[in-house]
Ligand binder design. Sequence first.
Ligand code: HEC
Ligand code: CU
Length: 315
Amino acid sequence: MTSGLPLWPAAASAYADRIDLLVWTFSALIIALAAPVILGMMWFAAKYHRGSSADRRHAPRKGFWIETGWAVIPFLLAMVFYVWAARLYALERTPPDGALEVAVVAKQWMWKFQHPGGQREINELHVPTGQPVTLTMTSQDVIHSLFLPELRLKMDVLPDRYTTIWFQADRPGTYALRCTQFCGTDHALMGGRFIVQEPKAYEAWLHASAVDGTLAQEGERLFRRLGCSGCHGANAAVHAPALAGIYGTQQPLSDGSFALVDDRYIRDSILLPARQVVAGYQPIMPSFAGKVSEEEILRLIAYVKSLPREGSTPP
Ligand code: HEC
Ligand SMILES: [Cu+2]
């Protein structure tokens, strides 16, 4: 596009191409279904307008095939799109294993990102090409929504909850990053740059950014500073569960049910410890609500995730 006003954003991933194909084909279907109706309407209006000399005798009252046809054919066509779109949706909802996990915290009015290696950025997100990336997102105030137009991806970012998206960007470039949920005065300014780089350039960027240790190492420091290790550490006098290797397992709870240990479970354990008590333990863990920020919780989660399963060799 030569003018400064792009009508259609560039596509930075194979997924974006697939979404575009779906949207264009669906638009074609809508035109194909609407055109006969509109053209037929115009033709009938011209032919049978009041006072026209058209022959109105023996008008047919029933047409089985045409009536069945206009119900069944559009239905089948629409179902094709249902299956097509549902498959794309399912693909977007299932992140592959081994993706690069970036922690995202939204607040009025900025986007904060932290890479697994500890690199932090604000209103800018660097990612490598050819590698799946997952964003684990939360908000520290109101509802925001992250929109990456060149990836055709958008997801709400909510307080007290984690939402995720994943993508694999294929084409290097500098693209847009926006908030699309009206979130207060400076909502329109809440955005920045989404930078897709070749793996080598991304590595160079990672090395050039100052870090205080990886996300998990920062989490480990917090784990000590907040006193978590005083109860959960190996030599603690308190009876508290060991956290090594719990991520991804089903924890038996004191009410007899089980809970999957994921990001949300660990977050709830820290903020609402009395809600889900591990079977065989007393609910003595204090709530850390108001004492840890959203970013710190994400670091603590990264630390718990990084702990090797008991019996396995540490990385
Ligand atoms: C006073 C001791 C104490 C402190 C301090 C403490 N915990 Fe706990 N924690 C416990 C006990 C006891 C349980 C098991 C009972 C329960 O689920 O509430 C537990 C449960 C948990 C669980 C669930 C474990 C599982 O096996 O499902 C997680 C995760 C957790 N704590 C993380 C933390 C983090 C992170 C901190 C620091 C921010 C922390 N704890 C501080 C005592 C403590
Ligand atoms: Cu916002």
